[in-house]
Design a protein around this ligand. Structure first.
Ligand SMILES: [Zn+2]
Length: 178
């Protein structure tokens, strides 16, 4: 499955006052600007996280998506960051919400940025979860309909390029171990 390029979209109206925006120079480049609110609007990649949760035999945890896009496909657990939390807190929150697993320690594996048809572009920070517990109480919730640990040879194809990038990085890092 190939990823479609994002639909081009742009700010046209001020989300605060509703007036039409006009391009103005912000000191570096011309950007959509509301003259009434004296505010520029930008499109940026949206930060998200994903989690690598490995069993002692090396099998990795995947979550089947309960929501669009790619509903029904297996992915790494994770999601978008919320305002007011750090990336590490966001990764741990998503893990708790989707799996009911508990953890407090994550290690940054790497970062991947790709076009996204939903947000324009997404920037995903991949975290290795180092101290997870609660396997007996593991259950899918919120964005996940099913959870399963997959061994290397049985892993499903991932629909998101950001996850594929980070999984390849994870495998490179773990090659030769175990
Ligand atoms: Zn405005």
């Amino acid at each position: 499955m190939t990823e479609q390029p994002p639909e081009p979209f742009a700010w046209r109206f001020c989300p605060i006052c509703g007036k039409a925006l006009a391009h103005d120079h912000d000191g570096q480049s011309a950007q959509p600007h509301c003259a009434s609110c004296r505010r520029f609007y930008y499109l940026n990649p949206v930060p998200a996280t994903c989690c690598f949760v490995a069993r002692s035999d090396g099998a990795l945890l995947f979550a089947r998506r309960a929501v669009a896009p790619c509903k029904g496909r297996w992915c790494l657990p994770g999601g978008y960051l919320e305002l007011g939390e750090t990336a590490e807190e966001g990764a741990l929150r998503e893990l708790r919400e989707e799996t009911n697993l508990r953890a407090s320690r994550v290690r940054l594996l790497g970062v991947s940025t790709h076009p996204s048809p939903v947000s324009g572009a997404v920037m995903v920070l991949g975290y290795v979860v180092e101290d997870w517990t609660g396997l007996g109480g593991m259950r899918p919730d919120t964005d996940a309909s099913e959870l399963r640990f997959f061994r290397l040879e049985e892993r499903p194809a991932l629909p998101f390029a950001v996850h594929r990038d980070l999984l390849a990085l994870y495998d490179r890092e773990n090659r030769g171990r175990g």
